[in-house]
Design a protein around this ligand. Structure first.
Ligand code: ADP
Ligand code: ADP
Length: 232
């Protein structure tokens, strides 16, 4: 479970202060998919980056599975971060590594043996349906295939939580649908907790259990998809 409590984040730039997040509270229950939707500049990116403390909030608490991340020392924080996977709009794959080698990267950091890594990589390739692409380089893959590699890599260390930062925004509608289907499938099969941000209404409508709407740094609505999108 992810709990954000009264998060405020300000940016100081050229003497100006931008309040990117203003007292935002959001809970993602274990095993659920929660989407945050909002316009460009609303604070979505800052919000999702606060969950793994890529951005450190000025105020508030970030609690992951009962652990308050803001109170941890660097070594303990690094350990907790291994429990959080993240995928991005532009995939962030390493171009000099093959599909398998990209997926293996976090496992190498975890210190697994060659044999363990190889077994785990095959499981992950199967999970995302890319066994036939394992020796290819990212430049030879379609956008949808690249995002599948990124998903496999993000899940390598068995995180309980996946953060999706505009993960389908660079993809066409058909590929978006196939990636969302994969995420829903993984959510069910692994009981993975997913927080995603998007500016696309269809994304939240199709896979989210709950939705929050963010505008100018404030969460202005929260509820189920049918509550938020119902028009009486
Ligand atoms: P979104 O993801 O919804 O487009 P962001 O979280 O990227 O919104 O940005 C929210 C606000 O914070 C915007 O006004 C943006 O300009 C500002 N902002 C984001 N990151 C920085 C930064 N590193 N320095 C200064 N301002 C920033
Ligand atoms: P693209 O449109 O770029 O091919 P997709 O995400 O549709 O991207 O598919 C990427 C790869 O994943 C393809 O090689 C395809 O064969 C495979 N694939 C597509 N859907 C599934 C699925 N539901 N389960 C497993 N593999 C799939």
């Amino acid at each position: 479970m992810i709990e954000l409590k009264q998060i405020t984040k300000r940016f100081h730039q050229k003497g100006r202060v931008t309040t990117a997040l203003d007292q935002v509270s959001l809970t993602v229950p274990a095993g659920k998919i929660v989407g945050v939707i909002g316009a460009s500049g609303a604070g979505k990116s800052t919000l999702i980056r606060c969950v793994n403390l890529l951005e450190r909030p000025d105020e508030g608490e970030v609690i992951l599975g009962g652990v308050n991340l803001m109170q941890l020392k660097p070594a303990a924080l690094a350990k907790e971060r291994r429990k959080i996977g993240m995928i991005f709009q532009h995939f962030n794959l390493m171009s000099s590594r093959t599909v398998s080698e990209n997926i293996a990267f976090p496992l190498e950091l975890d210190g697994l043996s060659k044999g363990e890594i190889s077994t785990r990589v095959q499981e992950l390739l199967q999970l995302v349906g890319l066994q036939d692409k394992q020796h290819q380089y990212p430049s030879n893959l379609s956008g949808g295939q690249k995002q599948r590699v990124a998903i496999a890599r993000s899940l390598a260390s068995n995180p309980g939580v996946l953060l999706c930062d505009e993960a389908t925004s660079a993809l066409d509608p058909a590929t978006t649908a196939s990636i969302l289907t994969l995420l829903k499938d993984i959510n069910r099969r692994l009981n993975l907790t997913i927080l995603l941000i998007t500016h696309e209404m269809d994304v939240v409508k199709s896979i989210c259990d709950q939705v929050a709407v963010i505008s100018e740094g404030k969460l202005i609505e929260q509820g189920t998809v049918s509550e938020i999108f119902a028009h009486p």
